[in-house]
Design a protein around this ligand. Structure first.
Ligand SMILES: [Zn+2]
Length: 470
C-alpha cells in the first residue's frame, strides 16, 4: 500500500497497540475475560511476578496455537522512555530520512496526508501512546510497558507471546520482508501477523468457556471496533483518517482474515498461511479471494525520467492495493462508494516525482479494474473525486473516457481504456501524451484549438452569465 503509516508499522511487527486491546476487553468479551482474570492485588507488578505471569501465559499460548516453545524467551519490563527510544531506533533503522520524506510526500500527492505533515513526530507520539508491550524479533525479546495495568498485562502478553512463538517457527521478520518491494503484499503479511496474534488473544480470553474464535459464527471485528473508546488516545484521535485506518488495518482486517482461515480446522491451518501467504490486501479484505487463489494483475509503469529531464527525481514507486485505493477514494467520496469501487481493484502501480528546486510533485498511477464496466464506473467516480481534490480548476475537457483540467499545481488527467485507467496529476499534456504513448495507448482526445486559453475564457464557457458583466 502506501507510504506513511506502513513504513512505521513495518518497523514494529511485534508491536501491540493498546487500541487492539481495548476492544477485546470491551463489552463483547467482558464475560469471557473473567475466565482468564489476572490477579489485581498489586498495581505495580514487580519483576518476579511479571516473569512468572509471562511464563504462564506463554505456556497457555503454546497450547492454544499448537506452536511449541523451541528456545527460552528473553523478557523484560520497560519504561515509557525506553519504549520511546526503541520506537525511534526502529523507525531510523527501517527507513532513512530520504525514504521517510518520500513516504510523506507520496501521502500528500494522493491527498491522504495534509501538506507538510510531520509524520515522524506523529508516529513516535502515537506509537509511544499506544504501545503496551512488544515483541522485538531482532533480539527475540518480549517487552512489556511498566505502566500497563496488571489486568491488561496478560492480554498484552497473550498477543505478544503469540508473535514470539510464531517467530520461533516461521521467522516473522524475514517472512514479512520477503514480500518486498511490494508494499501491498507486505501489508498483507503484517495483517497475518497481527491478525493471528489477535485471534490467539481472543482464544486466550475465551479459555475456560469451552468456546473459541472459530465457534463465533457472527464474529465481526469491525463491530467491536465501533465500540472503541478513543478518549484515552489523543494522538490517534487527531490523526488523519488514513493513518488511523492504516494503524488499525492489520489488527482488525487481519483478525477477520484469521477468523476465516481458522474457521474449519482451527490453529493447525496457521502454518499453511505462512507457507502460502496472502499476496495483497485484497486477499485480507476478502478471505474468499485468498482461498480461491485470486491474484492481482501485475501492472507496470513506463519510466518518465527522460521525458521529465534532470530537474526531476523519482521519489517513490510501488503498489497501492485495494486497501490504499479505498483510503484514497474515501477522502473524496463516501465510505460505501469508496469500498465498493476499491473492491473492483485488480492491480495497480503508482510513481511520484519531485521537481528538485520547487518541490512540485507529479503523481502517476495505472490501475487495472476487474471488468470494463467497473473501469467505466471508476472513471465516472474518480472524475468526481479529482474535482473535489482540486478546488481551483480551469480548461476542463470532458470526454466519455477522458478528463483533463488545469490547476495552479499543473495539469490533471484521467484516461480509461478497456479495463484499465491511468491518471497524472501535476504534469503537462505533453508529458501525459508521452506517458500514454509509452503504454501503447491511443492518444487521448486532443485539447481545444487554443490550449493556452486564459482562465477567463473558460469561465465564460461555464459561466456565461458572469461574462455578461463588463
Ligand atoms: Zn502485535
Amino acid at each position: 500500500m502506501l507510504p506513511a503509516a506502513k513504513s512505521v508499522l513495518r518497523t514494529l511487527p511485534g508491536l501491540c497497540l493498546s487500541l487492539a486491546l481495548c476492544f477485546c476487553s470491551s463489552a463483547a468479551f467482558s464475560q469471557d475475560s473473567s475466565a482468564a482474570a489476572p490477579r489485581a492485588d498489586s498495581k505495580a507488578a514487580n519483576n518476579a511476578e511479571f516473569l512468572a505471569a509471562a511464563d504462564e501465559v506463554l505456556r497457555q499460548m503454546s497450547e492454544i496455537t499448537g506452536l511449541k516453545l523451541l528456545t527460552p524467551l528473553k523478557k523484560s519490563l520497560r519504561s515509557r522512555e525506553e519504549i520511546r527510544a526503541y520506537v525511534i531506533k526502529q523507525m531510523n533503522a527501517e527507513k532513512n530520512p530520504a525514504e521517510r520524506y518520500a513516504d510523506a510526500r507520496t501521502g500528500e500527492a494522493f491527498g491522504l496526508l495534509p501538506k507538510g505533515f510531520d509524520l515522524d513526530t506523529f508516529m513516535v507520539n502515537v506509537l509511544t501512546e499506544q504501545i503496551e508491550g512488544l515483541y522485538d524479533p531482532k533480539n527475540q525479546e518480549f517487552y512489556i510497558a511498566d505502566w500497563s495495568a496488571p489486568d491488561e498485562q496478560r492480554m498484552v502478553m497473550a498477543h505478544e507471546l503469540t508473535h514470539a512463538l510464531e517467530d520461533q517457527h516461521f521467522h516473522i521478520e524475514a517472512w514479512s520482508r520477503a514480500a518486498r518491494p511490494n508494499d501491498d503484499a507486505e501489508l498483507a503479511r503484517d495483517a497475518v501477523l497481527e491478525g493471528s496474534a489477535m485471534a490467539a488473544m481472543v482464544d486466550y480470553l475465551m479459555a475456560g468457556t469451552g468456546r473459541s474464535l472459530k465457534d463465533l459464527p457472527e464474529f465481526d471485528p469491525s463491530m467491536l471496533f465501533d465500540q472503541l473508546d478513543m478518549q484515552n488516545t489523543p494522538a490517534l484521535k487527531s490523526a488523519p483518517p488514513f493513518l488511523k485506518d492504516s494503524l488499525i488495518f492489520p489488527y482488525i482486517s487481519g483478525l477477520n482474515f484469521s477468523a476465516a482461515v481458522l474457521k474449519n480446522s482451527g490453529w493447525p491451518a496457521l502454518s499453511g498461511v505462512f507457507e502460502r501467504p496472502p499476496v495483497s490486501t485484497q486477499q485480507i479484505l476478502h478471505p474468499a479471494f485468498y482461498k480461491s487463489g485470486k491474484t492481482p494483475a501485475s501492472v507496470l509503469l513506463p519510466p518518465l525520467d527522460k521525458a521529465l529531464g534532470k530537474d526531476w527525481a523519482k521519489l517513490d514507486e510501488n503498489v497501492l492495493g485495494e486497501f490504499g485505493w479505498k483510503e484514497v477514494l474515501k477522502q473524496f467520496l463516501d465510505n460505501d462508494r469508496a469500498k465498493s469501487l476499491a473492491a473492483a481493484w485488480d492491480g495497480d502501480r503508482y510513481a511520484t516525482y519531485e521537481q528538485k528546486e520547487t518541490k512540485k510533485l507529479i503523481l502517476v498511477t495505472r490501475l487495472r479494474l476487474d471488468s470494463e464496466e467497473h473501469a467505466a464506473r471508476f472513471f465516472g467516480q474518480y472524475s468526481e473525486a479529482l474535482e473535489k481534490k482540486h478546488a481551483q480548476r480551469s480548461n476542463l475537457l470532458r470526454r466519455p473516457n477522458f478528463f483533463q483540467f488545469d490547476t495552479p499545481d499543473g495539469g490533471v488527467f484521467l484516461y480509461c481504456a478497456g479495463g484499465s485507467c491511468v491518471t497524472m496529476e501535476g504534469g503537462t499534456r505533453k508529458l501525459f501524451d508521452a506517458f500514454t504513448k509509452a503504454l501503447d495507448w491511443p492518444s487521448a482526445p486532443p485539447p481545444p484549438e487554443h490550449p493556452a486559453a486564459a482562465p477567463e475564457k473558460t469561465a465564460a464557457l461555464f459561466f456565461p452569465a458572469a461574462q455578461a458583466a463588463p
